[in-house]
Design a protein around this ligand. Structure first.
Ligand SMILES: *Cc1c(COP(=O)(O)O)cnc(C)c1O
Length: 370
């Protein structure tokens, strides 16, 4: 039953698939396009998004946790690889291998534990390694990698499928860190491949794809761009918008005298203005940080938010609408093709990623054809 009384979140799977093809087209010859579907496909619903990407030809799926991987394994055919970006907890190695998941390992010790656990069970399961090329988050240092390369027995026993690293500044093409990380990763890749020639290399996230062919290596790992976030901030967005969010108006009111609106009385509505209170607040992912700055959308125009965002509602100034439009107004859109995740993120002082992953669970979700 389609019950959109508490808001309608529309996810366009066709647009996700088209975005996948746009990214794949940009890749250098010989590079494959994977897909990052962690955090429930950035909040959009992995159960629908991942199979749609598989149908478009994606075979390399990246998720954050083992639990996400186990869920995804049941959704995809066996020929899809599922790589767990935050690795495997100590003692869970065999469970991970038996679930058909490929962990990303960050230290030589983790690789040894993986190989030993699998050997004790009589199996040889694929894994991947991460090298830190300059972000100083996850991954082994170049020195640790070099140390690992002296452990020939371990490398022979391991089935290392992939070496990856992550860019810290891919969305700033002019940042000198990009070239430094590229060089560091290239060197690490050459050293590992000299001993393990079967290893594939992966560096680029969404924005990394737009840094040029040098960054593509064997597999790209886009996430946000698949879901419509602009991978090239400051330039026109090459991706299609994927989400639309429409909230029901639960009260319209005329303000006869200048009145403060919402908690803290932080902002005033002018005498003679019309307001609409929409059912959707910070518990639904309408970030409170955009209070007084953000906007909604109706009748082809932006409508300013007034006052703070509440837990379950937010207030919009609809004075700019004609009387007929006002009377007919039933919903306010807070995300659409015009009012993009990137624009809304700007009002809240955050990034599109946080808008998507924060989308609430009280909306009715509708998926458009894939
Ligand atoms: C989340 C993540 C990605 C995807 O990044 P986007 O910027 O969303 O494309 C790629 N690689 C790693 C290691 C990640 O954690």
């Amino acid at each position: 039953m389609s019950d959109s009384r508490e808001g309608l979140l529309t996810v366009d799977l066709q647009a996700v698939g088209d975005n996948y093809l746009v990214l794949r087209e940009r890749l250098a010859d010989g590079s494959r396009c994977g897909a990052v579907v962690k955090a429930d496909a950035y909040g959009l619903g992995m159960a629908r998004v991942a199979p749609a990407l598989y149908r478009r030809g994606c075979r390399d799926f990246f998720i954050a946790t083992q639990a996400e991987g186990e869920t995804l394994r049941a959704l995809l055919p066996e020929d899809a690889d599922i790589i767990v970006l935050t690795g495997v907890r100590p003692g869970r190695e065999l469970e991970c291998a038996r679930a058909g998941l490929v962990p990303v390992l960050f230290t030589p010790q983790q690789l040894r534990a993986w190989v030993d656990s699998c050997a004790r069970a009589g199996i040889r399961a694929p894994c991947s390694l991460k090298v830190d090329s300059g972000m100083t988050r996850l991954g082994m240092s170049s020195a640790e990698l070099r140390q690992l390369l002296t452990e020939r027995d371990l490398l022979r026993a391991a089935d290392i499928q992939l070496l990856l690293s992550h860019l810290a500044c891919a969305d700033e093409p002019a940042h000198p860190q990009n070239a430094r990380q590229l060089e560091c990763f290239r060197r690490a890749g050459e050293e590992l491949k000299a001993l393990c020639p079967q290893v594939s290399l992966s560096l680029a996230n969404s924005s990394g794809i737009f840094l040029g062919d040098d960054y593509h290596f064997d597999i790209a790992r886009p996430g946000s761009a698949l879901y419509g976030v602009n991978p090239v901030p400051g330039s026109p967005n090459p991706m299609r918008a994927v989400v639309e969010l429409s909230l029901p108006v639960v009260q319209k009111r005329y303000v006869a005298e200048e009145s403060s609106v919402g908690y803290g009385a932080t902002q005033k509505a002018a005498a003679g203005s019309w307001l609409a209170v929409a059912r959707g607040g910070y518990a639904d992912g309408i970030l409170r940080a955009q209070g007084g700055r953000g906007c909604g959308w109706a009748c082809d125009r932006r409508l300013p938010m007034v006052g703070r965002v509440s837990m379950d509602s937010a207030t919009y100034d609809i004075s700019a609408l004609s009387e007929a439009q006002r009377e007919a107004l039933e919903n306010i859109e807070v995300l659409n093709r015009e009012l993009t995740v990137d624009e809304v993120a700007g009002y809240a002082g955050t990034i599109g990623y946080e808008i998507l992953t924060g989308l609430g669970h009280r909306y009715f979700r509708r998926y458009l054809r894939s």
